[in-house]
Design a protein around this ligand. Structure first.
Ligand SMILES: [Ca+2]
Ligand SMILES: [Ca+2]
Ligand SMILES: [Ca+2]
Length: 358
């Protein structure tokens, strides 16, 4: 093979390599088919135990869900071996249904087992300024700073016979449980930086129900999904809540938002004097807060209202769909550099040849 032919071959391979998609990892340029991509932030919720976690999304365009992407990390940066992901999609039970004040997964619409050969992983991704990150285990009620710094992006491209048909405007829930080979390695689903609709939930076998989650506070414990004094769950604490309280307390009206633990008869949102009990004194305290701005106090183990969502993206891409994107400025720079290097290589080669021929 002549040098010229080898050179053309080399350049052709280079063009093919540079032109092809670099990987099947999702990036923002690939778009999404949900309210907005829920990007990762700096915490993880344990998801390799015996329960599912779930968060909700609203479909933005009718059609098949072909790819699902999510982020996760290992407790203490101690990676294990993922045997499989269990993914599920549910329809939505709106807030208020069955006297439960938070929305949650309803009917199971779709489920799929994702084996290691069915997904790609990108990472570890490290944000230098985040430091140690929160680890939350809702089943064990554990919340702490752990040493996990890196996290990973998981990319699942579904085969055509596993696509899920979604309808614009509908709300669905994505549930994930991860199975890890080693008993002493723990995988967490990364929390999301932006809140959308309702909090993420975990499935509690003991109560047979999806439990609302709130972001936990290391050193202080779990956060709980309510606003102090907002008994009627409209997001405000005002005279309507006082009316709601007296109606519940004296007239047997509907109870406040959010009983915890479920079935205990204790409503942290209504415990506005912080003695961890619902009594008549709370009515007076709520009145003082509303009319005299005397601060309320919450019951310490139940820190109110820090919403928690989980990081994921729903899309309709197939790996073959990923057309080469316009290169970024950095990629342009790299291409120009490459051309210059190749050019100078050719010059050197021709010169040597010229010298030899003389
Ligand atoms: Ca949500
Ligand atoms: Ca209210
Ligand atoms: Ca109280």
């Amino acid at each position: 093979m002549s040098r010229a032919v080898s050179f053309i071959l080399f350049i052709s391979i280079l063009i093919v390599v540079l032109g092809a998609p670099v990987s099947a990892h999702w990036n923002a340029r690939m778009g999404h088919k949900m309210h907005f991509p829920q990007f990762p932030d700096d915490g993880d919720v344990y998801a390799s135990g015996d329960f599912f976690l779930a968060d909700d999304w609203q479909c933005s365009q009718t059609g098949p869900v072909k790819d699902i992407h999510f982020w996760g990390a290992w407790m203490n940066d101690n990676p294990g071996t993922i045997t499989r992901f269990e993914l599920q999609i549910y329809d939505d039970v709106p807030a208020g249904t069955g006297d439960i004040r938070h929305s949650r997964p309803g009917n199971l619409l779709w489920s799929e087992t994702i084996l290691p050969e069915d997904y790609s992983v990108d990472g570890p991704i490290i944000h230098g300024d985040w430091g140690t990150q929160v680890w939350y285990d809702p089943g064990a009620n554990l919340c702490d700073d752990f040493d996990q710094v890196g996290f990973w992006q998981y990319n699942v491209f579904l085969p055509q016979n596993s696509w899920f048909q979604q309808t614009e405007g509908e709300i669905y829930w994505l549930a994930i449980k991860t199975v890890v080979a080693e008993g002493d390695r723990y995988w967490g689903w990364r929390t999301a930086e932006n809140h959308w609709n309702d909090d993420a939930v975990w499935y509690d076998d003991q109560y047979g129900m999806w439990i609302d989650m709130a972001e936990c506070v290391p050193g202080s414990g779990e956060g709980f999904p309510y606003v102090l004094g907002d008994l009627n769950d409209d997001g405000l604490t005002d005279a309507l809540d006082l009316q709601y309280y007296t109606n519940w307390w004296y007239q047997g009206g509907p109870p406040p938002i959010y009983e915890y633990p479920p079935g205990s008869g204790f409503y942290p949102a209504a415990d506005v004097d912080g003695d961890c009990a619902n009594t008549e004194a709370d009515i007076n305290r709520l009145q003082q807060y509303i009319f005299d701005q005397i601060p309320m106090q919450y019951c310490d183990p139940y820190i109110p209202n820090i919403s928690l969502d989980l990081s994921f993206v729903i899309n309709d891409h197939e790996p073959g769909d990923i057309t080469p994107m316009l290169p970024t400025l950095t990629e342009y720079g790299a291409a120009v550099l490459l051309v210059l290097l190749i050019g100078s290589g050719i010059l050197v080669m021709l010169r040597r040849r010229h010298i030899r021929l003389q």
